[in-house]
Ligand binder design. Structure first.
Ligand code: MN
Length: 231
């Protein structure tokens, strides 16, 4: 294919570096799980009990890779961080059983689900969809992927986020309401999962607002780090 084959310029494939491997991970879709830690469900005014998981999406080109800047987005005065473990899907499927779900995982990463909270509050109030709050440019800073072949499947371990060196969010993966295999199984009943899908698994409590100049640093045990400066 050459430029003459397209009526407009095609968007590039978004590629995530993989630790210890020269080849990169091509992103298909980004799914996100809402309210997946009880303490965060409570701080958002929700029910901490195990209601069915719900999902929303971001766009592959919303990713900020390699520790790049997070430009403060327009139309919001209340932009929040949400630190999350990210599942990288290696093998697709529909209606994947829970006990086979981990076979579909290529690896894991750590990401930040940046959220225009004021716009999200409006969306909730008016029963509107969440894209304007969640799927804006640069809304998904993320670290490199580590392979499940190298680290296994983390189901416990510290996950935290610091702003300017001060701890804001601190949780443990063992507090996830819906675990990785259940997330994959449930999601694959709603969508056909494809190799290259990323799933942000939800955030622990302590979400809060950032300001220009802030440095966000996130960590997830075994999985790695993410860093972004608010520009
Ligand atoms: Mn989130």
């Amino acid at each position: 294919m050459t430029a003459a084959d397209y009526v407009v310029s095609p968007s590039p494939i978004v590629l995530v570096p993989v630790k210890g491997v020269a080849a990169r991970f091509p992103v298909h879709r980004i799914y996100c799980v809402g309210r997946n830690y009880a303490a965060h469900a409570i701080e958002m005014g929700g029910d901490p009990n195990r209601e069915p998981p719900f999902f929303f999406q971001k766009n592959p080109d919303n990713l900020v890779l390699g520790g790049g800047d997070f430009p403060y987005p327009p139309k919001s005065g209340n932009v929040h961080f949400e630190i999350e473990m990210v599942i990288a899907v290696g093998a697709g499927g529909r209606d994947i059983p829970v006990d086979q779900a981990l076979d579909h995982v290529y690896g894991y990463a750590i990401g930040i689900d940046m959220t225009r909270r004021d716009l999200q509050d409006e969306c909730k109030k008016m029963s509107r969809p969440w894209e304007i709050a969640k799927a804006f440019e640069h809304s998904a800073p993320m670290g490199d992927i580590v392979r499940a072949a190298d680290i296994g499947h983390p189901d416990k371990g510290a996950i935290w986020l610091k702003v300017n060196g001060e701890t804001k969010q601190q949780g443990d993966l063992n507090q996830l309401i819906w675990k990785t295999p259940e997330i994959i199984s449930y999601l694959s009943g709603l969508f056909e999962l494809r190799p290259g899908d990323l799933i942000m698994s939800g955030t622990p409590s302590g979400v809060g607002a950032i300001r220009r100049g802030d440095v966000m640093e996130g960590f997830c045990e075994r999985v790695g780090t993410v860093r972004a400066t608010v520009a």
